[in-house]
Structures are given as structure tokens and as C-alpha cells.
Design a binder for this molecule. Structure first.
Ligand SMILES: NC(=O)c1ccc[n+]([C@@H]2O[C@H](COP(=O)([O-])OP(=O)(O)OC[C@H]3O[C@@H](n4cnc5c(N)ncnc54)[C@H](O)[C@@H]3O)[C@@H](O)[C@H]2O)c1
Ligand SMILES: NC(=O)c1ccc[n+]([C@@H]2O[C@H](COP(=O)([O-])OP(=O)(O)OC[C@H]3O[C@@H](n4cnc5c(N)ncnc54)[C@H](O)[C@@H]3O)[C@@H](O)[C@H]2O)c1
Lengths: 206, 206
């Protein structure tokens, strides 16, 4: 089992390695990888030890080999479709985000309860009525659902996603939702990010 | 010093307490607060111990008192202006997000390098030219800058924010940027959220 903070850092190393491949590098020292990822070299070595032993002291890591190892460990070896429920400001922005595509996440569909939005195009799809959610997920075997509806609807949307067969949920609504055991769940708290910055500004005596 | 994971959980307790106030509750047991925040009661008690001692066993916490204590600890006792650099899809969504307003963060201005966007309205402001950044920050004493430009421009935008006098940066571009000591910095990695979900799906044998 890889601890969650390590998983998150592995995704950052993966991105840094992609940048290095684009720059034509073939080897990278743990110091260099640590600098690009904003951590220290000991942390890099410790995190990578969860993937087995490789890289020789003094020589560094093979960039492509390490990148492939991380992609495999993260389960990025196949394309995964995701759907978005709530085609508003944030949902539309996420539909158009190529950072998801680059890692093999494909925007499969967007759903909304507002009848005026249904049929409009966002990113590469047209917005569907929320009543089509269940039949779409079952027909396509979609694994991941993203929730970008107001907080008061988030739990009921999560329940419909689970019922439709979704296996993993990323929730942006500012409310902790409950999902059954076995359903993977992550919560993005953007307002908390600002509050933590405010705390640090406050303790610096602003 | 309060550890960062505790700070993030304190912001979630703060939001749960706001919900409780809206529901008319005056007292809350650590079990109930833990359930709403998606953690266990021992974690709640441990986190709150960083704020001093209060709440009597068996009686629970005074909702308003605890909410005020958390707001004070998080530095939410005054309004803080923020600016957004990169008025594209994500930047526009964030400008309109009322979750920031609710915690006292006010969208002061948005900047963009695309001359065709300058002058357009987003949220409650009109988009300004990036060249006005420095004079705006100095004239208004803005503390927080949000970066929503493509990764290749993020470091240079961060440098201009620091030079202009910004004290804290929230970066959404998928690249780790370097800031001088004393500048508070947080990085939001939305693609990592999806990758971590993919890892769990993969290890469940999807
Ligand atoms: N805008 C941001 O930058 C931002 C940032 C962080 C978190 N959030 C959170 O993300 C969510 C969406 O925010 P937004 O700014 O995009 O709001 P929005 O109002 O622009 O979009 C919400 C969309 O959800 C739809 N909707 C409502 N109930 C629904 C239901 N039951 N089923 C399907 N669709 C439904 C609405 O019709 C609307 O299109 C909110 O919970 C918000 O707090 C937004
Ligand atoms: N769209 C999303 O949901 C999403 C999610 C996660 C991360 N991101 C990241 O956020 C950033 C913005 O993404 P987006 O989808 O909004 O892209 P976008 O292309 O819609 O917007 C980018 C904006 O930045 C402006 N810009 C470019 N260089 C600039 C500079 N030097 N100074 C000022 N403005 C400049 C552009 O003119 C444009 O308006 C990217 O780094 C992206 O990887 C986006």
C-alpha cells in the first residue's frame, strides 16, 4: 500500500519526468528531480522505494524507465473515461482541461439539470440531461464521475453516480459526501487553499 | 505552529459549523462534527486542541464560539483582496466562485496578456492588461495572487506578482514554481487528484 501523500508526489515526479523527456534528457539525478518537484532528494528516494529498487547512486535514474514505472503504479496504462455532473462555470472549465487528457483521462459526457443547457456544446461533448446519466454510465462503463453542482445537490448526485455504476468520485462541491465502501472518493477544497494562505499571512503578522 | 493537514481540517470544521449555525444548532458533539467532516472524533479533538481547551466532555462544543475560534486561528478576521492572472476558463470560473466571498476573500481584479480579453467583464470586475499588475497591487495592497496561466508562463507571472508586492500565491498551473523565502505558496494539482483515483481503481483490479 502506498501512502496517499506519496501517491500525490509520484504524480508530480511523473510530470517532471515528462518535461525532462520533452527536453531530451535521458538520465536524472534525485537532486534534480527533487528540485523540479519542490521537495528534497531524500524524499524522492524514499517515495521511489515504494516502486522497487532502481537507479544507481552517482548515475541517477533512467528518465523513460522511471516515467513508465510511475505511470504503471498510478494505473495510467489505459484510457479512462470520466463524466462531469454540473455543466456550470467550473464544470465547463474542467471539460476543456487538457491536463486530464495528457494522463489518459477522456471527457466522455457532461450532464446538467438545467433544461436550457442541455444540447449546448462544451469541450468536445454536448451537455446531456441528468436523466440520461444512468443509461450513459451503464452503456459506456464509465469509471469516474466529477461533481460540480451546488453543495445542496452534491449528495444526491453522488448517490445517482454510485447507483449508475461509477466507481470513483471527485467532488468539488464544498460539502463532504458519503459514499459506500468500495467507491473511491476525493474531495477538492479550493476555499481551504485560500484559508490556509490567510492563516500563514496572519501568523506572519499582516 | 499548527501542522498543515490540521489547518485544512480546521477549515472543513469551520464550514460544518457554519452549516450548523444555519440549521439553528447551538451545541455540537465531537462525534457529530467528525461525521460531517468525514473524520473520526479523536481527530477532531486532537485538531481542536491546537486552539486551546474548550468544550466539556458529554456536553459538546458551543457552535458559535468554536466557529469564531477557528475563523480567528485561520486569519479570517478581515477581508482580503485577491487578484487572478490568466482570465481564461479556470480563471473566469474562480472569479465567480462565491465560496471565496463567504470566507472574506474578495475578487479585486483579473489580468490577462490577451489584448482581446482586456475590458471584458468577468464576475464583478473587468479584465485588465497584465502591464497594469504592478501599479494595481501597489495601489491596493493586494495580498493574494492566483495563477491560472499556461505552465510555461507561470514562473514569470509568479516573479511579477512577488515584485509587485503580493505576499501569497495560489498556483493552478501544472508546474512547481519557485518563490523567495517569506512568500506563502500553495499549488493545486487537479490532474493528480484524478491520477490518485486511477491508482485506487487499478489496485482494486479494474
Ligand atoms: N466556480 C469555481 O471556481 C468553484 C471553485 C470551487 C468549488 N466550486 C463548487 O463547484 C460547484 C459548481 O460551481 P460553479 O461555479 O460551476 O456553479 P454554477 O452555478 O456555475 O454551475 C452549477 C451547475 O450545476 C447544475 N445543477 C444544479 N443542480 C444539479 C443537479 N441536481 N444535477 C445536475 N446538474 C445540476 C446547474 O444547472 C449549473 O449548471 C459548486 O458546488 C461550487 O461551490 C466552484
Ligand atoms: N481548465 C481547467 O479546469 C484547469 C484545471 C486545472 C489546471 N488548469 C491550469 O490552469 C491554467 C489555465 O487553464 P485554462 O483552462 O483556464 O486555460 P485558458 O487557455 O483558458 O486560459 C489561460 C489564460 O491565460 C492567459 N495568459 C497566457 N499567458 C499569460 C501571461 N503571461 N500573463 C497573463 N495572462 C496570460 C491567456 O490569455 C488565457 O486567457 C493552465 O495552466 C492549466 O493547466 C486548468
Amino acid at each position: 500500500i502506498i501512502p496517499e501523500p506519496t501517491l500525490v508526489r509520484l504524480t508530480i515526479y511523473g510530470r517532471c519526468l515528462n518535461d525532462l523527456i520533452e527536453e531530451g534528457a535521458t538520465l536524472v539525478a534525485s537532486d534534480e528531480l527533487a528540485h523540479r518537484a519542490g521537495v528534497n532528494a531524500a524524499q524522492v528516494r524514499k517515495d521511489l522505494s515504494y516502486l522497487g529498487s532502481f537507479g544507481r547512486r552517482g548515475v541517477g535514474y533512467d528518465v523513460r524507465h522511471l516515467s513508465d514505472r510511475i505511470a504503471t503504479a498510478m494505473g495510467l496504462t489505459k484510457e479512462r473515461g470520466f463524466i462531469i455532473v454540473g455543466a456550470g462555470r467550473l464544470g465547463s472549465a474542467l471539460m476543456g482541461y487538457d491536463g486530464f487528457n495528457k494522463k489518459g483521462f477522456r471527457a466522455a459526457a457532461a450532464f446538467d439539470a438545467d433544461i436550457n443547457k442541455v444540447g449546448q456544446a462544451i469541450g468536445s461533448v454536448t451537455i446531456r440531461d441528468i436523466n440520461e446519466l444512468s443509461s450513459f454510465v451503464q452503456a459506456n462503463g464509465t469509471e469516474i464521475g466529477i461533481i460540480t453542482v451546488p453543495a445542496s445537490f452534491a449528495q444526491s448526485v453522488a448517490d445517482s453516480l454510485v447507483k449508475a455504476g461509477i466507481k470513483a468520485i471527485l467532488n468539488f462541491a464544498p460539502i463532504v459526501i458519503k459514499v459506500p465502501a468500495g467507491i473511491r472518493y476525493r474531495q477538492v477544497e479550493l476555499s481551504s487553499e485560500m484559508e490556509v494562505l490567510a492563516h500563514y499571512l496572519n501568523s506572519q503578522g499582516d
